[in-house]
Design a protein around this ligand. Structure first.
Ligand SMILES: NC(=O)c1ccc[n+]([C@@H]2O[C@H](COP(=O)([O-])OP(=O)(O)OC[C@H]3O[C@@H](n4cnc5c(N)ncnc54)[C@H](OP(=O)(O)O)[C@@H]3O)[C@@H](O)[C@H]2O)c1
Length: 178
């Protein structure tokens, strides 16, 4: 079991534009079943957590035409507000990250735990010593500004680098807070 921040980024380290657009990402060519692709990654994941901003983005842009939630696995949304719960697998929470992680691990049944983002939420898991790996798909673009990939000082060990069509896919182990 590993706790993994798996995300896509611009080359200059942003996961969304200042306007929260992902157009720079979604127009790219990627094989979801290719190296470090989404399908294989998801097959090993048993629970996920995301911040309220990412959840809002998904509700606005990321649901299918039938407005269905894309994940069946238990999902936690970190928020201080009341949010619309669009699937029974979703639990909004403002519990400490440590408690959320304990619940995620229990629900994941030995599979990995996915920290979806944003970057500060991944940082909160790292602050608590709970983040094991960072997987980044780098899109061939710079954005100049936006939501930072992982706004913390962390020492990382490079585990793997692979190409998936337009993307340079890199897998790191979190060594320690730097
Ligand atoms: N490139 C990619 O693959 C990728 C992946 C993920 C996200 N994204 C994008 O990145 C952007 C990230 O959005 P964002 O900057 O708003 O970050 P976010 O992490 O999605 O949401 C941040 C919000 O989550 C809530 N929150 C965070 N930590 C909390 C805690 N410990 N307890 C309770 N609530 C907590 C707070 O909202 P409240 O206090 O208001 O509730 C906070 O303002 C979005 O545009 C998203 O679509 C891109």
């Amino acid at each position: 079991m590993a706790t993994v921040y798996y995300t896509a980024s611009s080359v200059d380290g942003f996961i969304a534009t200042p306007e929260h657009s992902l157009a720079w990402l979604l127009e790219r060519d990627v094989d979801p079943r290719g190296p470090m692709g989404h399908d294989d990654f998801m097959a090993g994941v048993g629970a996920l957590a995301m911040g309220a901003g990412t959840y809002r983005w998904l509700l606005t842009n990321g649901l299918g035409e039938d407005r269905s939630w894309p994940y069946e696995i238990p999902s936690w949304v970190l928020t201080h507000r009341t949010v619309e719960v669009v699937h029974p697998s979703i639990t909004p929470t403002q519990a400490p990250v440590r408690d959320v992680h304990r619940q995620m691990v229990a629900a994941a049944g030995g599979r990995d735990v996915w920290v979806v983002g944003g970057g500060d939420v991944a940082g909160q898991f790292a602050d608590a010593g709970l983040l094991d790996e960072v997987w980044v798909q780098y899109a061939p673009v710079t954005l100049g500004a936006g939501s930072p990939l992982l706004p913390r000082a962390l020492e990382l060990e490079l585990l793997d680098v692979q190409r998936n069509r337009d993307f340079a896919c890199v897998r790191y182990r979190v060594v320690d807070g730097a």
